[in-house]
Design a protein around this ligand. Structure first.
Ligand code: PLP
Length: 398
């Protein structure tokens, strides 16, 4: 018989009752170290006092009014994002997929409004992940997410990662935009090199294409800058964000330069819940902490410590771990054994990680993670690796 909760997830047996910083606690009192952050969401960990206060204070006053009225905290959050980024204007929504839908619609509308409605095609990259709506599974182009859901939404052309000839060949008179994650998250923590991002920016300028960056996973401080593209010294025309911006509250946004944002005139695009007072209170509170002096520098410092320790770990366990992947605190390891087995072994040791494509495990702790907690996580990785190695030896002997 089917479960009341639909069976579209293979869940672990763990159920948590509360959390505190980088730790989650089950009803039975078992504490586990959370290096998954609810898939790169809880940037300030669990039950961060500043977020708890912002949400509860707002909850006593006003939850939702719709976008038919002024939302002063939304104006404030938009202004702060505009000040901190390339963007001239911001629209809020509820999730990463919805932010990407908005970004894709904006790129299409931009060209249509300039008399070129034929330019609706978006070039994306193999291994991409942009969400689970009909358009974003077409953008991601992954067979496993497309199969069985009818014809793929028209207008997406996918090219191999880093293949400039294929990329140039894919650009045609109907191309509207390039869309890419600066660091592929679900795809296995593949980092787009800075020079490659600069090349894509140049190519877009040459062909009059818009550059859409999907920073749903790589943004909100995860790489030690507010957004990952800042490392390359380029700016996109449109950027989607979500995950970290709400610190656990469902929140996403589309950020854009003026010429793009201006096509979203009243009635062209919308959302009922997006940008509601609860979400805006939390989004502002997340920014208070992430933009505070020294916060991002600390993420950079801790990431380097983590990376060095991971390099040492991998050298010692070549039968389990293959290589370090990713950048900043969007990091992980390509495994030599099935990543699901490694994930389970780590969970037994009290460390939560998130599997990704290309046989990678993601180690994506809250950005408030301490050096001590990094050390603890590496100890747990070490112990799990030794147990796996012992079972390999035993398996070979039998
Ligand atoms: C998670 C993710 C999405 C989808 O976000 P949802 O909130 O699950 O819709 C899109 N793009 C990237 C890069 C992501 O990591």
């Amino acid at each position: 018989m089917i479960t009341p909760l639909m069976p579209n997830y293979a869940r672990s047996e763990l159920a948590f009752e509360r959390g505190e910083g980088c730790w989650l606690v089950t009803a039975g009192g078992r504490r586990v170290l959370d290096f998954g952050s609810g898939i790169a969401v809880n940037v300030l960990g669990h039950a961060h006092p500043h977020l708890v206060e912002a949400l509860t204070e707002q909850a006593k006053k006003l939850w939702h009014v719709s976008n038919l009225h002024q939302i002063p905290d939304g104006e404030r959050l938009a202004r702060r994002l505009v000040e901190a980024t390339f963007a001239d204007s911001v629209m809020f929504c509820n999730s990463g997929a919805e932010a990407n839908e908005g970004a894709i619609k904006m790129a299409r509308k931009y060209h249509a409004s300039r008399g070129e409605p034929n330019r609706f095609r978006v070039i994306t990259f193999e291994g991409a992940f942009h969400g689970r709506t009909l358009a974003t599974i077409a953008a991601g182009g992954q067979k496993k997410y497309l199969e069985g859901f009818g014809p793929k939404v028209e207008g997406f052309d996918q090219v191999p990662f880093g293949d400039h000839d294929a990329l140039k060949a894919a650009i045609g008179p109907d191309t509207a935009a390039l869309m890419i994650e600066p660091i592929q998250g679900e795809g296995g923590l593949r980092v787009v090199p800075n020079e490659e991002l600069r090349y894509l920016r140049e190519l877009c300028d040459q062909h009059g294409l818009l550059l859409i960056l999907d920073e749903v996973q790589s943004g909100m401080g995860r790489t030690g800058k507010l957004f990952a593209h800042e490392w390359a010294g380029i700016t996109p025309d449109i950027m989607s964000i979500a995950k970290g911006i709400g610190g656990g509250f469902p929140l996403g946004a589309v950020l854009a330069v003026e010429k793009c944002a201006a096509v979203f005139t009243p009635g062209t695009h919308g959302t009922t819940f997006g940008g509601n007072p609860l979400g805006m209170a939390v989004g502002n509170a997340v920014l208070d902490v992430v933009l505070a002096p020294g916060f991002l520098e600390n993420v950079q410092r801790v990431s380097l410590v983590f990376k060095q320790k991971l390099a040492g770990l991998i050298d010692g366990h070549p039968k389990v771990f293959e290589e370090v992947r990713g950048f900043g605190l969007l990091t992980g390891i390509k495994c030599a054994l099935p990543n699901g087995d490694v994930t389970n072994a780590l969970r037994d040791e009290g460390l939560l990680v998130v599997p990704a494509g290309d046989n990678v495990i993601r180690l994506i702790p809250p950005l408030i993670v301490s050096e001590e907690e990094i050390g603890l996580a590496v100890d747990k990785l070490e112990k799990a690796a030794r147990l796996i190695e012992a079972s390999l030896v035993k398996g070979a002997a039998e």
